[in-house]
Design a protein around this ligand. Structure first.
Ligand SMILES: C[S@@+](CC[C@H](N)C(=O)[O-])C[C@H]1O[C@@H](n2cnc3c(N)ncnc32)[C@H](O)[C@@H]1O
Length: 465
């Protein structure tokens, strides 16, 4: 957002044309995604040996997994061959057992041990659970002209190298209920790249995100809206109160949707609203926030908690756009589908993974947290019809220039994160297996808990109206 020629208003990369997919095409796309493993995009030669070793370890299980999946689909389609196929299936099953016991050491874990990083790590090479990033689809909202951000994965990696030492100096070391490392990095990176003239945050809590914005832009004014003033937390422990920030907090709190933004912009000498960055971490219905931001004329928005379909306490961009016929997203509600099988398996490993029953709900309610439009930390949860939901996604598409989800900082075999399911996330910046890089970046020194807060933070650029 600097006034130079590299302003994000002008520097958008066109990555592709717009496509629509029939359910059949989308299913084929999902099958392809399931059977493909993503390549290394960072060209980190030092770690190549590690990556190859990791690959060969999981390859056998991938092959077995694919054979089993195809056999079961074939079985359901050809019932009259049942006796022969049952024998074949039993043989395959026996073979699987033999394969399993001869190719790796057997580890016994109890059901409630799944979420403990140490015991889960022992299972990492089963079915590629660690590194199947995006295997269940990474939903995204389409932008009108196929635009995307100008930064690349190399820029993210370079940014990360710079950010880790900054993050180590954070005043609030334990930011439970606030942002962890992934989103702190994402917010810092976006703010630093866009170089806005003003930053607005909605949802400050103890002030960690205010501190992150300040690290990105040391001299830029911040406006912070939060019902409780961060200074209140100072009495009990670490908090951050910024000296160059206008707080609408405590008794001065005003909700984002009720602020007279033209007046606030005048007070801050802002004439061009496309040079303002808004950061939402207030757990409000994101559709409502988009409409309010659009009405005020803002164009650059970041949503911290872009909850995946079936999770979270408010209606999120991901939920709005995750539909069957939308590119990159969608899922199947058939109980005997590949997706259902994979989802139920993954639910045991990742706290935020959602199985098909939870995801789809009764009847047609398959689009979000069982068809509810949640708002305000789930204090309000209005059921919405499929038609309404579909309209919402169309509306969002019609006003979007860019939708970009921050990738996780590093893969779970490195971070030992236990919450988000990699199968629903884009490839991480530091991929699984890149232990050397992970250490070199200083990420190995951080407490594991800082990696547990990833919820697909998203940057949106709204079209000029
Ligand atoms: C998850 S916390 C924010 C965490 C913070 N951004 C951080 O990184 O540490 C959510 C915050 O939103 C605040 N909040 C609740 N309703 C709000 C509203 N309508 N507008 C702005 N903030 C709100 C809560 O009081 C809480 O401080």
């Amino acid at each position: 957002m600097s006034s130079s020629s590299s302003s994000p208003k002008l520097s958008i990369t066109f990555t592709g044309t717009r496509h629509t997919h029939s359910p059949k095409q989308t299913t084929a796309m999902l099958e392809r995604t399931l059977s493909s493993r993503r390549g290394n995009s960072h060209g980190d030669s030092d770690d190549d040996d590690l990556i190859n070793a990791d690959d060969s370890k999981t390859k056998k299980q991938h092959i077995l997994f694919r054979i089993t999946n195809r056999a079961s689909t074939f079985l359901s389609q050809t019932r009259h061959y049942v006796p022969c196929l049952t024998i074949a299936f039993l043989l395959l099953f026996a073979f699987s057992f033999f394969f399993f016991f001869t190719s790796r050491s057997f580890v016994c874990i109890s059901s409630n041990a799944f979420f403990k990083p140490a015991s889960r790590a022992a299972f990492f090479d089963l079915d590629g659970l660690d590194s199947d990033f995006g295997a269940l689809g990474v939903p995204c909202c389409r932008s009108k002209h196929g635009k995307t951000v100008e930064w690349t994965s190399k820029d993210l990696l370079k940014g990360l190298e710079e950010f880790v030492p900054i993050y180590e100096t954070r005043p609030i070391k334990n930011n439970m209920y606030g942002m962890g490392l992934d989103h702190s990095f994402g917010l810092w990176f976006i703010a630093r790249w866009l170089k806005p003239d003003l930053m607005i945050e909605s949802g400050a809590f103890k002030g960690h995100s205010t501190w992150v914005l300040r690290q990105a832009m040391p001299d830029t004014r911040i406006v912070s809206l939060s019902p409780r003033h961060p200074e209140k937390y100072l009495k009990k422990g670490p908090a951050y109160v910024d000296g160059n920030c206008t707080y609408y907090a405590g008794k001065d709190f005003v909700d984002f949707g009720s602020v007279d933004w033209s007046k606030v912009m005048r007070e801050h000498g802002i004439k061009d609203l496309s040079r303002v960055l808004i950061f939402f971490d207030d757990h409000q219905n994101e559709l409502k926030r988009i409409e309010q931001a659009l009405k005020a004329g803002f164009r650059h928005l970041v949503f911290e908690d872009n909850y995946d379909t079936g999770t979270g306490d408010h209606y999120s961009l991901r939920q709005i756009c995750d539909q069957f016929y939308i590119r990159g997203g969608g899922h199947s509600c058939f109980k005997d589908s590949d997706e259902a099988r994979i989802r139920s398996k993954r639910k045991k490993f990742w706290e935020k993974a959602v199985d098909t029953e939870e995801l789809c709900g009764p009847g047609e309610a398959w689009w979000g947290v069982r068809g509810y439009m949640r708002d305000n930390f789930n204090h309000s949860n209005k059921p919405i019809s499929y038609a309404q939901h579909f309209q919402n996604s169309r509306y969002v598409e019609s006003i979007l220039d860019v939708y970009w989800e921050l990738p996780p900082v590093a893969g779970p075999s490195l971070t030992h994160q236990t919450r988000y399911d990699p199968a629903r996330a884009p490839n991480p910046i530091v991929e699984d297996g890149r232990y050397g890089l992970f250490q070199r970046l200083g990420l190995g020194k951080l407490d594991n808990s800082v990696f547990n807060g990833y919820t697909q933070m998203v940057y949106l650029q709204i079209s000029e109206q």
